[in-house]
Ligand binder design. Structure first.
Ligand SMILES: [Zn+2]
Length: 95
């Protein structure tokens, strides 16, 4: 598991440095975010353009002001992992 070390390090850093409530929306800057679990669709590019990988139960912060969705560092790590696996499955099914 070579890739696991980086997100873990990042998660530990953000957790230690800033409490979750101090996160701000990347779109409008509002700091009122609601944390919840949701399906996060990822649209693939390149060779797999037009395909989509749905990552279930991703931890997200949803902006209360504009509705913008941001995966938490943990959620982001999960999305990355699942997209990697999803791509492999799609490639396999294409032969
Ligand atoms: Zn916002």
């Amino acid at each position: 598991m070579k890739i696991a070390s980086l997100p873990n390090l990042f998660a530990r850093f953000t957790r230690g440095a800033t409490p979750p409530s101090s996160r701000a929306c990347e779109q409008c800057g509002a700091t009122s975010l609601k944390r919840y679990l949701a399906t996060y669709p990822v649209h693939l590019t390149g060779k797999l353009k037009g395909r989509r990988v749905d990552v279930y139960r991703v931890e997200l912060d949803r902006c209360r002001a504009c509705g913008y969705l941001m995966p938490t560092p943990e959620g982001q790590a999960k999305v990355k992992r699942c997209v990697k696996i999803g791509k492999r499955v799609i490639l396999k099914s294409m032969g």
